[in-house]
Every structure is written in structure tokens, then in C-alpha cells.
Design a binder for this molecule. Structure first.
Ligand code: AMP
Length: 221
């Protein structure tokens, strides 16, 4: 028997999430107070849909919340998301509960509920800003006390056709992922780079210095 997941809100985000969960073989229940929102689901989605306000009495139980393994509250109403998440976690002990933050100025209010929050709006804006203004290399994650960091590097025209080893000093760096035209895979040192590839590389401080130098050389080539 597969695990049950509840998605509250079937708009742009909720429909996408529900479909992903369905594809991962979870039993999915999607709730929205506007039935036309279910049109956002791809035709081959086979989870349950329930029309109704997530705060309506009895609705969460109708969605089998007592057996749910996870719940994502991803409506465009931040207060609804926070309240439903708190109910799911504290009243029904749902193991995995995630809240969407929609309007960034409501994030502080949501934080008072002590729930896990994902702010797709702020996260998206931050990523876009980094890609627009912070040059070809920036940190996306930090391990320990920053001894090792994961960098994202955008390959300039000068790197086109060169192997990843031309960029990455072996001992101080390791390849993590390469995204090309929106699709990611795990590269190795022999992978040939293409202009605009996004390469994620973990590196020590020393490694990052060499990486930056080589990237600058590629940019100026
Ligand atoms: P979007 O912003 O495209 O991700 O859409 C958000 C979805 O949340 C819409 O389909 C709304 O109808 C839905 N929604 C908003 N408030 C509620 C609520 N109280 N209960 C259920 N769904 C809701």
C-alpha cells in the first residue's frame, strides 16, 4: 500500500506538486475551493480531488488526514497555509508538513506557527538575481563551517568544447551536477562543456580560488 499525501491548493504550484507525487507512486488527494483549478492537473493524474475550503469542518478528515504521511499547504492564502499546516502537524501528527509562503510580507506571520516554510517567490527572485548580477560563479550551499562549498558556475563561450577537468582542479574539487537546457545530469572530469552550461562543483577554499582563476581565463579567452 503506497503512502498518502495531501496537497491543499491546486493552482500552478499545487497541481505540479500533486502530479510529481502521483508519479512517485504516492496516493494523492488534492483539495481546492475552486473546482476549475483541477484543470491544472495533467490528464493522466489519477489521485483524488476534493472541492472545498481547506478550513471547512471535516474536510481534512474527508481527505484521510489521519492516515497521511505528508501534507503540503500550497494555496495562495498564507494564513490558510499556516493554519492548515499547524492543524496537520499538531492535531493529526502528520509526519511531513510543508507550508507555502506566497506573499513575502506574510512570511513572519507564518514563522510564528513554527512550521516548515518554502517561499517559492523569494527563492525564485533570489536565484534570478544571482544569475543576472553575480557573475559566472556563486555559492549555492555551504557544508560544515564553510570548509567545503558548492558553487554554481555558468560556462562562458571560452569554455565551449573543453572538458570539465580544464576548469576543475582535481584534488580540491568534485563535480556535483551539470544542467544543460534545463536538464541535469552528473558530469565527470571528461564531460565536454557547452556555453551556458550550469555546473555545480563542490570545492575547498583553495579549490574555489583555482576554479575562479580558470573561469576568469575562460571568460577572457
Ligand atoms: P496558485 O497561486 O496558482 O498556485 O493557486 C493557488 C490555489 O489555491 C488556487 O487554485 C486557489 O483556488 C486555491 N485556494 C486558495 N484558498 C484556498 C482554500 N482556503 N482552500 C482550498 N484552496 C484554496
Amino acid at each position: 500500500m503506497s503512502l498518502k499525501m495531501i496537497v491543499i491548493g491546486c493552482g500552478r504550484l499545487g497541481a505540479n506538486l500533486a502530479y510529481r507525487l502521483y508519479k512517485q507512486k504516492y496516493q494523492v488527494v488534492v483539495i481546492d475551493n475552486n473546482a476549475t483549478a483541477f484543470n491544472n492537473l495533467p490528464n493522466d493524474f489519477q489521485g483524488r480531488t476534493i472541492e472545498g475550503d481547506a478550513l471547512n469542518y471535516g474536510l481534512l478528515e474527508q481527505a484521510d488526514i489521519t492516515e497521511a504521511h505528508g501534507l503540503a499547504a500550497v494555496t495562495n492564502a498564507d494564513a490558510v497555509n499556516a493554519i492548515v499546516s499547524k492543524i496537520a502537524r499538531d492535531l493529526y501528527n502528520v509526519p511531513y508538513v510543508v507550508t507555502r509562503n506566497y506573499e513575502t510580507h506574510y512570511r513572519t506571520m507564518q514563522e510564528t506557527f513554527g512550521v516548515q516554510i518554502v517561499s517559492s517567490t523569494a527563492w525564485g527572485a533570489q536565484r534570478i538575481e544571482e544569475m543576472m548580477f553575480h557573475g559566472e560563479m556563486f555559492t549555492i550551499s555551504s557544508a560544515g563551517n564553510g570548509e567545503v562549498e558548492i558553487y554554481e558556475v555558468s560556462i562562458p563561450a571560452g569554455g565551449n568544447g573543453k572538458p570539465l577537468s580544464a576548469l576543475m582542479p582535481n584534488e580540491q574539487c568534485a563535480p556535483v551536477a551539470l544542467t544543460r537546457a534545463g536538464r541535469a545530469f552528473i558530469p565527470n572530469c571528461d564531460t565536454l562543456l557547452q556555453t551556458n552550461d550550469l555546473v555545480q562543483i563542490s570545492a575547498t577554499f583553495e579549490g574555489s580560488k583555482i576554479l575562479r582563476q580558470r573561469l576568469t581565463q575562460m571568460t577572457e579567452a
